[in-house]
Design a protein around this ligand. Sequence first.
Ligand code: URA
Ligand code: ZN
Length: 365
Amino acid sequence: MAATKSPVVDIHTHVYPPSYIELLKSRDKIPYIRSFPPSSALRLVILPAEDTESTSRGRPVGAEYYDISKKVEFMDRHSIDISVISLANPWLDWVPAADAAEAARGINDEVNEECGKYPGRLFAFATLPLSGGKNVIEKEISRLKSLKHMRGIILGTTGLGKGLDDPDLLPIFRALQDAKLPIFLHPHYGLPSSVWGERANDYGHVLPLALGFPMETTIAITRMILAGVFEKVPELEMILAHSGGTLPFLAGRIESCIEHDAHLKAEGKLGKGRKTVWEILKKNIYLDAVVYSEVGLNAAIQASGKDRIMFGTDHPFFPPLEGENETWASVETNYEAIFGSLGSGTEESLAALGGNAVRVLNLVV
Ligand code: URA
Ligand code: ZN
């Protein structure tokens, strides 16, 4: 595809590189890949709530999950010029500590190489060896500078095992800030399955994906805000998946609860120097546009600003249930929300479609 002045950039698009697929095939606990006889088709089971009959044991896993040429075909079919690919959940969260360093190096090198096969079209968010401990993580962050196509890192919500408000993560956040590597924050674990009730099995994947994922992201970022991470690491940049979960909609309520909290006041946490939720949204946070409606997108734009929104697809998740070779409704809905909210061909919509990502992630070869 010819380079245009204003490229369309997909910043939320996943891969499981072949070596990761092999790792999953060697396992029988979540996350894993296997067939369920009598069918010989392989299925990917990754979410805590989907190892059940009713969720059909995960999802079918085809070449679109691991073959990079399929990613590029998908991009061409949907007029996407550039993709910033990321390992999909649950990343390396589950890898034994002793294997973490090597696993991260291998995956990051492999993803970087795949980007190199399509110069100018593919960049990536790297994966951190979280279970390996602080030194191993910092070493990998420092190594990422030598990988030509890396533009940030993808991170789940567990951090070192205690969530993202863990003070032990501050050196990691500082290292990312100093290396100018934004964090793409992405959910995986959802909410405890007890909140979905006794009939959850009747509802497929809807409750954990539609509600569990966004709440998980909202809780993780709110805990970071409450822990003062953005005062302590003032230039840290975070790109939040799914338009920040529910953060744009709840920002006013979160801010009001903070301002009215006697405990925070007694601890001296409400004084000068505190960044409000609104300030953090406009200084440290970017939001993807993977929210599938104008209503949600308008909230994201109002909360964070037109210059902080970035188009995404979540490919290869949410494929059409039939007619595989057509354009994907999950992608078209996100395009339509951008055109509806910001107009078609306007400076603002071109920025949301790609200009913001090119600027923030420096997407030039
Ligand atoms: N989208 C993702 O990124 N991961 C999932 O597990 C499901 C949807
Ligand atoms: Zn995703």
